[in-house]
Design a protein around this ligand. Structure first.
Ligand SMILES: C[S@@+](CC[C@H](N)C(=O)[O-])C[C@H]1O[C@@H](n2cnc3c(N)ncnc32)[C@H](O)[C@@H]1O
Length: 277
């Protein structure tokens, strides 16, 4: 079921792909008239599509259950929650659990409060005033030094989906340290990257051209766009492993994404699953 939305995310936005998305958007709007839909103009953090928003949320609900052990009792901290693409399926799901999503995009946090917290008071959202070259160029605080608004050892699951794909090495090192601080012992970290594997064989057969090629080399990472590093960032697997290790996160698994054109994948981005020992 996730294959189609993953395919549409991975493929280049050709005229045909855009038309297919329009049809799919119309279909999903009719099927789910009561779902809160963010305006398409606000959805610049992923494909501007209701269909992808819907499918991606459901796919991540499965990933959270299967990889991170999500239950209705889980305490979840969501770094860079955006427009709640991975949050909306949690409305009505949590019983004794809790959810806090944080993001530097104030208008996205406001939308989530209005549209998602109003449906389920367990879903909470908070604006953090942090700088990001692509998403929050005027943010006040340095992501390499910020403390996340959460108590030590509190959360069973911390997620950062499609967030480290827009952050620089010192910032990710700080955030992984923060993940380690706020996770309860045994708690899981589910985050995504665009990574280059240490061994290309890890990817299995390649069946399509890659969505990104990361042509520009920087000090310790590569980028897709020369004029804004944080637009999309690529790391070496060995560097991600080292950053997790230094932060006190035990890396449990990597699920390679389809963005490189590999035939076997779980989702579009590379999912990194970690644990606080
Ligand atoms: C591609 S979007 C992903 C949003 C959401 N996690 C999802 O999967 O749909 C990236 C999000 O990360 C947020 N972001 C960027 N820099 C951040 C930072 N330093 N701390 C927290 N969030 C950040 C952006 O504002 C944006 O909402």
């Amino acid at each position: 079921m996730n294959r189609y939305s993953t395919f549409l995310e991975s493929s280049r936005p050709t005229r045909l792909a855009r038309l297919a998305l329009k049809v799919a958007d119309g279909y999903i709007s009719l099927r789910h008239p009561r779902q809160p839909w963010p305006p398409l103009t606000m959805m610049y953090e992923g494909p501007s599509s209701r269909w992808v928003y819907h499918r991606n949320g459901l796919a991540y609900l499965d990933h959270l259950k299967e990889l991170a052990g999500l239950t209705p009792a889980s305490r979840i901290f969501d770094i860079g929650c955006g427009l709640g693409r991975k949050t909306w399926p949690l409305a009505g799901y949590l019983e004794t659990g809790e959810y806090l999503g944080v993001d530097p995009r104030e208008e996205a946090v406001e939308w989530c409060r209005r549209s998602l917290s109003s449906r389920d008071r367990k879903l909470k959202f908070r604006h953090i005033d942090v700088q990001n070259g692509y998403y929050a160029p005027n943010g006040s605080h340095d992501a390499a030094a910020i403390t996340l608004p959460a108590d030590d050892d509190r959360y069973d699951i911390v997620m950062a989906n499609s967030v480290f794909t827009h952050m620089l090495p010192g910032e990710i090192a700080n955030y992984l340290g923060e993940c380690s601080r706020i996770l309860a012992p045994g708690g899981r970290l589910l985050c995504t990257f665009f990574m280059s594997p240490d061994s290309p064989a890890a990817l299995g057969p390649i069946s399509a051209s890659p969505r990104y090629t990361f042509p520009y080399e920087r000090d310790g990472y590569r980028v897709q766009h020369d004029n804004c590093d944080e637009h999309v960032v690529n790391y070496r697997e060995s560097d991600v492993r080292e950053m997790c290790d230094s932060a006190g996160i035990r890396l449990l698994d990597i699920k390679w994404g389809s963005w490189r054109g590999n035939a076997r994948y779980l989702d579009f981005q590379d999912i990194v699953l970690g644990e606080k020992p």
